[in-house]
Design a binder for this molecule. Structure first.
Ligand code: CA
Length: 166
């Protein structure tokens, strides 16, 4: 995953402290002016070599750009005890409301911690206003993996029906 952020702070700890903290390990970041905290959620996983390959496409997505068209990318996050955690991030496709993203492969361990009932959140943050999404929906991992899943998203402004396909 590409990180775009500036230096936010640092923390040194032990695996033991992270693993024993429930529901999640939370600590103050050094070098953040006392403002930043970091949350780390640890889970023990069974060994698994399963991977899932998928291609996603959107159709008639909402246009969020003032000039031109939306530049959609998607983020798939998995539920954890400390909220949703990003697992997959796609490439951005400029000025396209019916984007077809490249085929992506991901280990099932990374996608949903080998838990097929784990909720996933698929969303497309606006490039400039991250708190706004072009679309957002949640589904269970097994639905995501069984393929040909079509999800309709009612767009706010136009009440137009857009959909999103795995
Ligand atoms: Ca654009």
């Amino acid at each position: 995953m590409v990180l775009y952020q500036d230096f936010l702070g640092r923390l040194e700890t032990t695996l033991g402290q992270v693993v024993s903290a429930r529901p999640a390990f939370v600590a103050k970041l050094e070098g953040s002016g006392g403002k930043g905290t970091i949350t780390v959620t640890a889970e023990e996983l069974q060994a698994s070599k399963e991977a899932v390959s998928f291609a996603l496409a959107g159709k008639k997505l909402d246009n969020k750009d003032f000039l031109g068209k939306s530049d959609p990318y998607f983020v798939i996050s998995k539920a954890s005890s400390s909220g949703f955690v990003a697992a997959v991030r796609s490439e951005k496709i400029d000025n396209d409301l019916s984007p077809k993203w490249k085929t992506t492969s991901v280990a099932v361990r990374d996608l949903c911690n080998n838990d097929y009932k784990r909720p996933l959140k698929v969303h497309s943050p606006h490039v400039h206003k991250k708190e706004e999404n072009i679309f957002k929906f949640e589904l269970f991992s097994f639905l995501f993996m069984c393929g040909n899943y079509r999800y309709s998203v009612m767009t706010r402004e136009s009440n137009k029906k857009s959909y999103f396909q795995t």
